[in-house]
Write a protein that binds this ligand. Structure first.
Ligand SMILES: Cc1cc2nc3c(=O)[nH]c(=O)nc-3n(C[C@H](O)[C@H](O)[C@H](O)COP(=O)(O)OP(=O)(O)OC[C@H]3O[C@@H](n4cnc5c(N)ncnc54)[C@H](O)[C@@H]3O)c2cc1C
Length: 458
């Protein structure tokens, strides 16, 4: 690349162009997962759509590897690359709520915390994930599940429209009437089709929820898991509870005798009429006294950011996931073998419900295929110390390998590491062929390939 070409590219941007010799380079290339250590040639902090168009064209013309970074939370580190150019959207944090229409337009560098903050002021919420620092972009493009999912669907089920820049540098809108094929593909198909510049979501009247964690001693894990399996079949869709095995954090508000103890638990969120909440929780509170019951009324954004301090950026993460249709006795036995012995205090396993509203969308209606699944499971080895990298990785792999035969056969793309093409295809099942054809139409040279990649057909 000639210096003049680089100067011209730099001059075409309103945002910063960061290079390895610049003081902000190390901060700009680091992502949430501390295990990822990649060194891009250029990082373009795009401040507007014009910057994004310019960066896409530059990468294409110079044949550079291109990564797109939303919130930088991807476990496999797919928001950054070695060599090549990163389109960094983190400066694009504008949000416009339309309270009359109950819609919200979100620029693609926003985090879930930004989105919750903006909508809560209007008594509204968009279904998202459970940690506020996660990027809206990557989460949405993979599907997006969280506390409001059983009632209001996946994040993509609330996506009305997206503006995007395609591989040829053109700007398009994708919705139910315009570029319907793209609109279908981006609802679960990841960042394969272009750079999303903004999303428009449907929002719902959610303000105060009745929510929080309930924990039991690990010795009760079998009883609680069996009860949870049956209870959640009949639970109203307003009630969401993800099952977890975890270690109690060593600090307030947890009672001191519990610090560092392995426990099992359910983190609840009831988003129905608040007057009904106590009644809904009555049968839950009859199953035996929890050692922690922090469930009560709280503003939705408080719940959404409850666990943020536990998971600051820079921790080592290795995780694996699978969709789960059934929690058989054999699967519970295996959870009880591995779950109670995490290699480090932050390591955990979660079973996130995706039944209810997501199950009512057909498996071919959006790219997200596993519409019949009841849970999205994640097993995560996590620790601040890079020395424990192998230990957390081995535990997560072993635990996952034992459970995988009892899974539905594919995994949530947002819980995948670099696991090979077979896993990507298993996740999209018969939607893969159509995704591949759409990829071939809009990105035939696979410019957008730093993702869970869909091979372009043709
Ligand atoms: C602590 C933590 C908690 C999580 N909790 C949940 C949860 O509750 N629910 C859930 O569904 N998921 C959850 N996830 C998973 C999360 O959805 C993924 O990690 C997701 O990839 C994060 O998106 P991001 O924008 O932050 O990631 P990035 O690393 O920035 O990007 C991820 C992928 O999306 C692509 N991409 C990003 N922005 C764009 C864009 N604007 N246009 C095109 N492509 C783009 C990137 O190229 C990359 O391939 C969690 C992750 C973490 C680390």
């Amino acid at each position: 690349m000639k210096p003049t070409e680089l100067d011209q590219f730099k001059a075409s941007l309103r945002g910063e162009l960061i290079q390895p010799q610049d003081p902000g380079y190390d901060g700009a290339r680091s992502v949430n997962n501390g295990m990822i250590d990649r060194r891009p040639r250029l990082i373009a902090r795009c401040s507007d759509v014009a910057d994004i168009i310019s960066a896409v064209k530059f990468a294409r013309e110079k044949n550079m590897l291109l990564a797109v970074r939303g919130g930088g939370h991807n476990g496999a580190g797919l928001g950054v690359c070695d060599g090549g150019l990163v389109i960094d959207l983190s400066g694009r944090r504008g949000i416009r709520v339309n309270p009359k229409q109950r819609t919200v337009e979100v620029e693609s560098g926003c985090t879930l915390g930004d989105l919750d903050h903006a909508t809560h002021a209007f008594g509204l919420a968009v279904p998202g994930g459970i940690i506020g620092t996660t990027g809206v972009s990557g989460l949405t493009l993979g599907g997006g599940h969280g506390y409001l999912t059983r009632k209001f669907g996946l994040t993509i089920d609330n996506l009305l429209e997206a503006d995007m820049v395609l591989a040829d540098g053109s700007f398009v809108t994708a919705n139910a009437d315009e570029n319907e094929d793209l609109y279908w593909a981006i609802r679960g198909g990841g960042g394969n089709f272009g750079v999303i510049t903004s999303f428009t979501f449907k929002a719902h009247p959610v303000s105060t929820v009745y929510a929080g964690p309930m924990l039991w001693p690990i010795e009760k894990a079998r009883e609680i898991m069996e009860w949870y399996r049956e209870f959640s079949k009949e639970a109203p869709e307003e009630l969401y509870g993800f099952f977890a095995m975890l270690t109690v954090p060593p600090g307030p508000p947890f009672p001191e005798p519990l610090h560092g103890k392995n426990v099992c638990g359910v983190v609840w969120c009831y988003c129905g009429p608040i007057g009904e909440a106590e009644r809904t929780f009555k049968p839950i509170r009859q199953i035996g006294p929890p050692v922690v019951d922090f469930v009560g009324p709280m503003p939705y954004p408080t719940l959404q950011s409850l666990f943020d301090p536990l998971y600051p950026p820079g921790l080592q993460w290795y995780w694996k996931g699978d969709f789960v249709n059934e929690l058989s006795d054999e699967a519970i036995n295996l959870h009880l073998k591995y779950g109670p012995e995490p290699p480090t205090p932050l390591s955990m396993m979660h079973l996130y419900p995706i039944d209810g509203a997501p199950n009512r969308v057909g498996k071919n209606e959006t790219a997200f295929s596993f519409r019949e699944a009841r849970w999205s499971m994640v097993i995560a080895g996590i620790d601040p110390d890079p020395k424990n990298k192998d230990r957390i990785t081995n535990w997560a792999k072993k635990y996952w390998e034992a459970l995988h035969p009892y899974s539905a056969g594919g995994a949530y793309v947002n819980f995948m590491m670099d696991e090979g093409q077979g896993r990507v295809e298993a996740t999209y099942r018969d939607n893969y062929k159509r995704l591949s054809a759409i990829k071939g139409k809009y990105d035939p040279t696979n410019l957008f390939r730093v993702n869970q990649n869909i091979t372009p057909a043709g």
